[in-house]
Design a protein around this ligand. Structure first.
Ligand code: ATR
Length: 284
């Protein structure tokens, strides 16, 4: 266990704002189920105070922390040691202290494929081609994860094409930048379609895409989880396609941190999912 030698292990989520975070709900559920006498707190820390807060984590008795907006890049810069994934993405969402050093990981990438494995088993049986919408931080983590998993061809489409081109140039020839106008053609040969943008969230327009050209075995994934069922997920289900909402990724990204801080690997169970979905449903 990587918890401090004294007292009960504790961790927190650091953000600004942070009140909306579902991380306490998730980690406290696991602490209770696994009968671990630890705690998980909210830490509202403004950008100016973030470096000092993080350097002081161990002294405050924290085994580590989750990091959310707007601190994920600064967290990476502050780390003494990072995982290969975090080093590649230059973004950290999970911190822990090991041998006095601040360590960081990006657990979003693996969480994306873990969610697909759980919610759409066999999704990569013919994992030759994916279509990814967006070119922000989330898209970067997902492209990284898909490449690692062996997806051979990734079509990347973004409103700002230069941003997609920049992402593609960082990942090599298997990423092809396309236009929204190319969608009917690229969808026809795709096994996986992913929305990584914020389109579909409250206050944002929906991602209005005709899914008709997708083959019947294709899986549609949306990283948005507020609302629980986006127009994209509804359209995928209406077409009889397997649809994976963003809740699974939210739950799975929490697993590695919990294991490092509290010493046991927790499971993403239907009970936990229902709890978190009820909380999201109540807030919308
Ligand atoms: P994150 O790090 O969460 O991925 P981000 O870096 O702000 O967030 O990226 C948001 C993504 O959503 C981008 O791909 C963005 O497109 P641009 O690169 O053109 O900005 C996309 N996005 C956000 N609002 C959009 C909209 N109204 N229409 C199309 N794409 C949108």
């Amino acid at each position: 266990m990587k918890s401090p030698a004294y007292g009960k292990p504790k961790a927190c989520v650091i953000g600004w704002p942070v009140a909306h975070s579902r991380s306490p709900l998730i980690h406290r559920f696991w602490l209770e189920r696994l009968k671990i006498e630890g705690s998980y707190e909210l830490a509202a820390v403004a950008p100016a105070g973030f470096p000092a807060f993080v350097r002081d984590l161990a002294r405050q008795g924290f085994a580590g922390a989750n990091v959310t907006l707007p601190h994920k890049q600064t967290a990476f810069e502050l780390c003494d040691v990072t995982t290969t994934t975090a080093a590649c993405l230059k973004v950290v969402n999970t911190l822990w202290i090991e041998a006095g050093k601040l360590c960081g990981d990006n657990t979003d990438a693996a969480a994306f494929v873990d969610a697909l494995d759980q919610d759409a088993p066999g999704w990569d049986a013919n994992s030759r081609t994916a279509v990814v919408i967006g070119a922000g931080g989330a898209a970067r983590a997902i492209v990284y994860a898909l490449k690692l998993r062996g997806v051979r061809r990734i079509f990347l489409i973004n409103r700002t094409k230069e941003r997609a081109a920049e992402l593609a140039s960082d990942f090599g020839a298997s990423i092809e930048v396309m236009d929204f106008a190319d969608l009917p053609v690229v969808l026809a040969g795709a096994n996986l379609f992913v929305n990584t943008t914020s389109l579909g969230m409250p206050g944002q327009p929906p991602l209005a895409i005709d899914l008709a050209p997708l083959p019947p075995e294709a899986v549609v994934s949306d990283i948005v989880y507020v609302p629980l069922e986006t127009a994209l997920i509804r359209a995928a289900k209406a077409r009889g396609l397997r649809a994976v909402s963003g809740v699974g990724m939210l739950l799975h990204q929490a697993v590695p941190g919990f294991e490092r801080w509290f010493g046991m690997k927790p499971c993403v169970t239907p009970e936990l999912r229902s709890l978190v979905e009820a909380d999201i449903g109540a807030a919308v």
